[in-house]
Design a protein around this ligand. Sequence first.
Ligand code: HOZ
Length: 411
Amino acid sequence: MPGGVSSPVRAFKSVGGQPIVFERVKGPYAWDVDGNRFIDYVGSWGPAICGHSHPEVVAALQEALEKGTSFGAPCELENQLAEMVIEAVPSVEMVRFVNSGTEACMAVLRLMRAFTGRDKVIKFEGCYHGHADMFLVKAGSGVATLGLPDSPGVPRSATSNTLTAPYNDLEAVKELFAENPDAISGVILEPVVGNAGFITPEPGFLEGLRELTKENGALLVFDEVMTGFRISYGGAQARFGVTPDLTTLGKVIGGGLPVGAYGGKAEIMQMVAPAGSMYQAGTLSGNPLAMTAGIKTLELLKQEGTYEKLEATTNRLINGIIEAAKESGIHITGSSIGAMFGFYLCEGPVRNFEEAKSTDSDRFGKLHRAMLEKGIYLAPSAFEAGFTSLAHSEDDIDETLNAFRISFSEI
Ligand code: HOZ
């Protein structure tokens, strides 16, 4: 396997050393093949919001397994999950299930173009929307971590319609619209960036994009693959009160099984085949096992107090990390929302990818290794968000903060 991994960010290229080979995961923990236990803040890159292998998710899957692994035909479960997503996510009136976030973003871009009859799209530097050709422009974590400018093999023609602007910069977006009249199908963004570290939208940014897209006859698309059901039950759009036209989802809605989805206003989604003429398909889409894990996960998340607990855990963690760094005379800038957090080893503020790059990556590599030695598994990149879960206990946070305290003093 290239680099020994099935996806580049799993390798330890930017932090040094070799990727850890895991044997099993449970709750907030992951065990490697040598039997070492780690408190896990990667959470399979987002899906494990209830903790790994939640007993109720596992039981539901065991039952579903008996009924078959794939139908390749409509099933009741996809209707059930669709209803739950529609009820929760403000922009979603209709939804199509796919198998990954990358697939969802590829499809949503085709839909943006089909609906508006325009080819160009605006994305933000440092935002990652999967690895499809047209999105591999200033694409954040994976590419930044490997030091690749973009990717060879992506033809110039594939990205010639992809315009980029710095995140949190409304003026730059205004200029792009002015320079490309009636040519831009829409603006796509991670409403809270999780693929360039963790960057939050400044007050007015999301609202400004909503207005600008409307004024210019373009669509606003939130890529909530990471933030969906994690920043709040209704995602970042519910949390910030800004409703896009279309939304992509993944990770949490599959409860740890491969899934993605895109959805939005009915008048736009009606264009998707077979209701409409925009073609998009998938053999395993709406897979009964993925739907089962997704339904059970959303049921667990819907219970009272869930997001308050996630928010409190994550807040305590990030404040503790900042405090621990201070004790060793290291200034870091960090924040959290819902069950997502991140920090940069720099003075800050960090409002966009350019500012994120002033983080001390070498020092992060040292920190990463020091934490691993103490049984804490952080994402192996200075440009990834961290994820907490309902399974992370007060004791786990205490143990983690203690490890941070010692590790900061070591680096
Ligand atoms: N968006 C995640 C990392 N930036 C996905 C994990 C992966 O690419 O393997």
